[in-house]
Write a protein that binds this ligand. Structure first.
Ligand code: FES
Length: 145
């Protein structure tokens, strides 16, 4: 018999707030939509953003047809919250007009996911900012002669 008296099996209440992801968030984390990248030839806009506070990064590609987001793809070096929110962001933006996609906010993404822990709210900004950067890039490419 080992000395089980030294093993503490129930740590008791955890210190600080416990993070909890709902089933929709977990689904988008486990099976993220639109993961990958578009080829150079297919890319009309590209965005790369980072969060200096946590070191996470996000790349996002869009293909635009008739002022609508025809295809969208992302790659994230981020936490589960960043991946789930970026996945939902791409699902919301796919097929939308550029103007509608530009108005998608982090609150829209969080609402579509049915909520996210308060300490993870900032993660949803990565995808939103990457999409806005990709739209800006699309506008600049269009204005080039
Ligand atoms: Fe950095 Fe989530 S902790 S994006």
């Amino acid at each position: 018999m080992g000395d089980e008296g030294s093993i503490k099996r129930d740590p008791g209440p955890l210190p600080g707030p416990v993070l909890f992801y709902n089933e929709v968030v977990i689904d988008h984390f486990m099976k993220p939509r639109n993961v990958g990248e578009l080829s150079e030839a297919d890319t009309d806009g590209f965005g790369l953003v980072g969060d200096p506070a946590c070191g996470d990064q996000m790349k996002l590609w869009i293909a635009v047809r008739d002022d609508r987001i025809d295809r969208i793809a992302f790659k994230s070096f981020g936490c589960p919250g960043a991946i789930a929110t970026s996945s939902m962001l791409t699902a919301l933006a796919q097929g939308e007009t550029i103007e509608a996609a530009r108005r998608i906010s982090d609150d829209d993404v969080i609402e579509a996911l049915g909520g996210i822990p308060e300490k993870k709210r900032h993660c949803s900004l990565l995808g939103v900012r990457a999409l806005q950067a990709a739209i800006e890039d699309w506008e600049q490419r269009r204005s080039r002669p």
